[in-house]
Design a protein. Sequence first.
Length: 280
Amino acid sequence: MDKKVIDQFIKNAIAEDLGDGDHTSLSTIPAEAQGKAKLLIKEPGVIAGVELALEIFKQVDSNLVTEVLISDGTEVEYGDIAMTVTGSSQSILLAERLVLNCMQRMSGIATKTNHIVKLLSGYHTQLLDTRKTTPGLRYIEKWAVRIGGGVNHRIGLYDMILIKDNHVDYAGGIANAIQRANQYLADHAKKLQIEIEVRNLAELDQVLTAGHVDRIMLDNFSFEDLKEAVKRIDGKYTSEASGGIVEENVTAYAACGVDFISMGALTHSVKSLDMSLKAF
């Protein structure tokens, strides 16, 4: 966990929700009231966000006392209690929605990711996420992918060079794009991996001729062409399949022999895991 990133995220999220005060709690609950609540799981899945929840409770009120009963990455069932929190009733209620929003979202991602990872267990292929994340939530969504057993692709535009179709078109072709990317790294003394997306076998051959990349993304390839592409790459570069990959066909893509499969659906269209924070 990147504490600096998380602290800023929590600060912004609390400010967004709190405004000039939680007037419902302030008007109905005595300031000195103490309470206890349990985080209740309401459907099966893989839990994620427990560590984040602890940070939220701490930032809301450092006097809140938490007890973790189920750790991140654990498979849970309906009725399980993941954690308890004790202390100021007003503070618990202030933290409640932020904790649930984060944990439900993260657990949904971790559950989906874990399911796909299990489908791939018979292959050497690893599962990647993408930048198709919710603005402002990328860090925690990619954290959830890791908890579910997946692998993070680049975090943003800054930590990898990924030459996609539009870059190639604007650069005047594959060879130009690769040459310029390598020259840029040399000129700026940066050490970043270079990945390039190809749309067909002809473009793949251009990349293989040009060289000087680390990974090749094979986008929207048919299974027949994907197998041929893996054969032509022959282990010289890392291979990644993307585009149109869903739960129903992910093993067929893995069977083609690619090193990675990237799925935007892990973060852009996942269902949150149902849970609640109940006083007791």
